[in-house]
Design a protein around this ligand. Structure first.
Ligand code: SAM
Length: 293
């Protein structure tokens, strides 16, 4: 993009904010995209077509919404800031395939919303420049919530993106990496510098694509035990698995039984949680279940 176009997008955003006399709220994570190339990268990564229904979280004043609407068959955008609803309704008044829903994406019944506005779509995606303060709970809600999603393309804080993408062994690998990778395959799309937003956030961002798996990455007998085991393994990162599993699980188990379960799972008891793959956590979960956990 050349400098002139860049200024045009920025000017449009600023003019809309001024026209509607809007002061952006940091508390709602309102950092609006002002450069076209960022919108392009997000929409490209979603591979949209007219058979796809898109759920957008946090449309703001509609810059990304407009770009999504050029390619998708349906767009339903959920915005919590009631001041932005008239701006969005005005902007999309003549665009029949865009619906604006007012509310909190962490609270609303997303399945009903999808059914109500986009029942005829053949596939569904979430596309969003997420408000940073709800990133992790929202991603987990989308992945665990039973929505028939094929893909999630989100812009989030760069550090959180790195945690989601992380492989075993590094400092970024943890509960969030495992929870997301259990349900989806993450792909890196692009880093986004902070100067493309108004107002400028303190941190850089990244766009990632989550390809939602047809079934979880690993089979476990007891899914809730799997997540308890992973949480316990990372509760005290410096502890060995033997220590963290025998002290941090909600239900207690003797150290000897935990040692035997680790051996049955083929995992050295003195390893740390951050070195274990999803497959190893799954084997450990099943072994702990065998030992009465
Ligand atoms: N999509 C716009 C863009 O890319 O320029 C704005 C993105 S801005 C980072 C995040 C948006 O999410 C804001 O408009 C904010 O009001 C909205 N938001 C914040 N919390 C929300 C929630 N719980 N549910 C729905 N929208 C929310």
């Amino acid at each position: 993009m050349n400098r002139m176009e860049e200024r045009t997008v920025t000017r449009r955003t600023r003019e809309l904010l001024k026209k509607h006399n809007l002061r952006l709220k940091r508390s709602l994570g309102q950092n609006f995209i002002t450069e076209d190339w960022v919108l392009d990268r997000i929409v490209e990564a979603a591979s949209l077509d007219r058979q796809t229904g898109v759920l957008e979280i946090g449309p703001g004043i509609g810059a990304l919404t407009e770009r999504i609407a050029e390619e998708a068959g349906w767009v339903t955008a959920i915005e919590t800031d009631s001041r932005l609803i008239p701006v969005l309704e005005d902007q999309f008044a003549t665009t029949g395939h865009v619906h604006i829903v007012e509310g909190d994406a962490l609270q609303l019944d997303l399945q009903s919303i999808v059914k109500e506005h986009m029942a005829s779509a053949e596939r569904y995606c979430v596309v969003a420049n997420l408000p940073y303060y709800i990133t992790s709970p929202l991603i987990m809600r989308l992945l665990e919530g039973g929505l028939p999603l094929e893909r999630i393309v989100i812009m989030i804080q760069k550090e959180v993106a790195e945690r989601i993408m992380a492989d075993p062994g590094g400092k970024d690998y943890g509960m969030l990496s495992i929870a997301v990778q259990y349900y989806a395959i993450p792909h890196w799309v692009t880093k986004v510098p902070n100067h493309v937003f108004v107002p400028r956030p303190d941190v850089d961002s990244a766009v990632i694509q989550l390809e939602v798996r047809g079934k979880p990455a690993v089979d476990v007998i007891d899914e809730s035990l799997f997540f308890q085991v992973v949480r316990a393994a990372f509760a005290k990162r410096r502890k060995t698995l033997l220590n963290s599993i025998s002290t941090s699980l909600p239900k207690k188990m003797s150290k000897e039984d935990v040692r035997s379960a680790l051996e049955q799972a083929g995992i050295e008891p003195n390893r740390r949680g951050e070195t274990c793959s999803l497959a190893e956590f799954a084997r450990l979960t099943d072994a702990l279940a065998d030992f009465g956990m």
